[in-house]
Ligand binder design. Structure first.
Ligand SMILES: [Cu+2]
Length: 193
């Protein structure tokens, strides 16, 4: 019997006109079924995934957003660190965070288990809001004010990393969110006894 040898340079012997093997048909079936599962996940995840923004968004301008953020900072500023204001807004407040090359402003001091509306916008180019070490990511786009309903569920000292390359100082663009575990009235009552 003559054996044929093939190198990578030769075409493999053609067999496309022969019927597909049963196992090949099974795999095509499995792949098709999986395609349908993944397709169904797209709309399903939209409703069930819990990762969607709240839908609060409006057009703005860098000047208008900066003016609103300055007002917010003036109203609730409680300190300063390295020239950046530290702001402690009350529960339920509209919180403004400004991104610009290469800073996040202000430093936010939030309370655990309290809902805020976090407004994000950029004064120059696209930036990426990435809360470290928690996996929260959001695009910060100039000209748009995005309002996210956020409820911090862990206390700690978090960093905001810019995850959208924005220029030569991109790697230094680190902001800060401090979440404080404020004891509830019930817990305080328990401690007083
Ligand atoms: Cu950046």
């Amino acid at each position: 019997m003559q054996t044929e040898t093939h190198t990578g340079l030769d075409c493999p012997p053609a067999n496309w006109w022969k019927p597909a093997h049963k196992s090949e048909k099974v795999w095509v079936g499995i792949a098709f079924a999986w395609c349908l599962v993944l397709f169904a996940m797209m709309p399903l995840w939209h409703w069930k995934g819990g990762q969607n923004p709240s839908g609060i968004r409006s057009r703005t301008t860098p000047d208008a957003f900066m003016a609103r953020a300055s007002e917010f900072i003036e109203q609730y500023q409680t300190g300063e660190e390295g020239g950046i204001p530290v702001v402690s807004p009350p529960p339920g407040a509209h919180v403004y965070l400004v991104a610009f090359a290469y800073q996040w402003m202000p430093i936010l001091k939030l309370q655990k288990d309290v809902e805020y509306t976090l407004h994000l916008s950029s004064l120059d180019v696209n930036h990426g809001f990435s809360l470290y070490p928690i996996n929260v990511n959001f695009q910060v786009v100039p000209g748009y004010d995005y309002g996210l309903r956020v409820t911090p569920n862990a206390s700690g000292d978090f960093r905001i990393i810019c995850n959208e390359f924005c220029g030569i100082g991109h790697h230094t663009m680190v902001g800060r969110v401090i979440v404080e575990d404020v004891p509830t009235a019930a817990a305080l009552g328990g401690a007083a006894r």
